[in-house]
Ligand binder design. Structure first.
Ligand code: ADP
Ligand code: MG
Length: 394
């Protein structure tokens, strides 16, 4: 267990908090502020407990230069509105300037300031001690609350933990509680649903989960490589030719370990990768030569649903079909509905799977939707995330 802000005394202390304020912007306007609102519980806790709060984040890819296209000024303004109190912001190209240092020292209990985009400094992504030291010197305590960058060892995500006592904020705590517990300590039966476009992207995840789950359900584009390895003809469906052997091995391994591995029994096929190219539903072992599978079929959804109903923990990564197109969203919707109705702990880890749940209006029916795309994937691979490893144990 990692220490959280609750486990330390923050009163009167300068606390530097790594947030994930990497918000989508259009013409300098924030189009979705969920990343800012999700950070509020930690910030408010610190304010209420008398900390002097110094926030830091990256935004976009300024590549180590002070490119004002990526200034955090819009975030400072939005935060000021959301907190109902001024968030001091000094747009220093070097992030930590003399003016910034003075402002940090002048903070009073409950005050909040935001530093400029940490990726304005080229040292940031290389975790160079020069910049780390400047950041650490501003504060007395480090709080990491940016799960989305926890898989990266940067100055602001892990470096500062070399100099300051380091604990997690509530967002990372929640990720560890749900994603972490689901993977490490699941109530069984434990099912994983894997989908998405390519097998190659998810091989390490499947490998890791095969050693942990009781049920492994495969859908999405990756299913066709599995079907191919069983000797089925898959027409023009997406195929990862280099992974055929490996998927065959996964099928054998699952058998050996007693993991119930499920593949589509029917497939929604199209003549082209387009919504209006829909042809119809075919059995998984009868995909016509000139068609491609763009979704799992209704029989598959039914079969998956029945097995998922027995599960107590379900992790889902990757859509079952090309859900962006109306004609191929049935499988993803069907699985999302099963999870929404399930009493199991349901954890969604994956940007597109999370987007699908929101699109269907089912996001709040899930136990937990992980916020870090790359970070949750690495977590599911069983990797140690440096931004979490650097935090103090309880
Ligand atoms: P996540 O972000 O949840 O981890 P991925 O990024 O791995 O998911 O995959 C999502 C993409 O996979 C979606 O854009 C979806 O259209 C695509 N996809 C799903 N099924 C198929 C398919 N049968 N053929 C081609 N692409 C597919
Ligand atoms: Mg994705």
């Amino acid at each position: 267990m990692k220490k959280t802000v609750r486990d330390i005394d923050v009163k009167g202390k300068r606390v530097i908090v790594r947030c994930d304020f990497n918000v989508p912007l259009k013409d300098g306007v924030i189009t979705d502020d969920i990343r800012i609102t999700s950070a509020l519980p930690t910030i408010n806790y610190l304010i209420e407990n008398g900390a002097k709060v110094i926030l830091m984040s990256h935004l976009g890819r300024p590549e180590g230069e002070a490119n004002m296209k990526y200034t955090l000024l819009p975030v400072a303004k939005r935060l000021t509105e959301l907190l109902g109190k001024e968030v001091k912001f000094i747009s220093a190209p070097e992030v930590v300037s003399d003016e910034v240092k003075a402002a940090a020292l002048a903070l009073e209990e409950g005050d909040v300031m935001l530093l400029e985009n940490v990726r304005f400094r080229k040292e940031e992504t290389k975790n160079k001690p020069e910049f780390t030291k400047e950041l650490a010197d501003l504060a007395e305590v480090f709080v990491n609350d940016a799960f989305g960058t926890a898989h990266r060892a940067h100055c602001s995500t892990t470096g500062v933990a070399d100099y300051l006592p380091a604990v997690s904020g509530f967002l990372i705590e929640k990720e560890l509680q749900f994603l972490g517990n689901a993977v490490e300590n699941p109530e069984r039966p434990f099912a994983a649903i894997m989908g998405g476009a390519k097998v190659a992207d998810k091989i390490p995840v499947i490998e890791n989960l095969l050693g942990k789950v009781d049920i492994l359900i495969i859908g999405g584009g990756m299913a066709y490589t599995f079907l191919k390895s069983k000797g089925y003809e898959i027409g023009k469906s997406i195929l990862d030719a280099d992974s055929i052997e490996l998927t065959g091995e996964f099928i054998r391994k699952a058998e050996e370990k007693g993991v119930k591995l499920m593949l589509p029994v029917d497939v929604v096929c199209a003549s082209d990768f387009a919504n209006d190219a829909l042809v119809g539903v075919f059995p998984a072992d009868g995909i016509p030569e000139d068609l491609e599978g763009l979704d799992i079929g209704p029989e598959t959804v039914k079969a998956y649903g029945e097995v998922l109903k027995t599960a107590k923990t379900i992790i889902w990564n990757g859509p079952m079909g090309v859900f962006e197109m109306e004609n191929y969203q049935g499988g993803t919707r069907g699985v999302a509905e099963v999870l929404a109705e399930s009493d199991a702990v349901t954890v969604i880890g994956g940007g597109d799977s999370a987007a699908a749940c929101s699109q269907f209006g089912l996001a709040d029916k899930m136990t937990h939707i992980s916020t870090g795309g790359g970070a949750s994937l690495e977590y599911l691979e069983g990797k140690v995330l440096p931004g979490i490893a650097c935090l103090e144990d309880k």
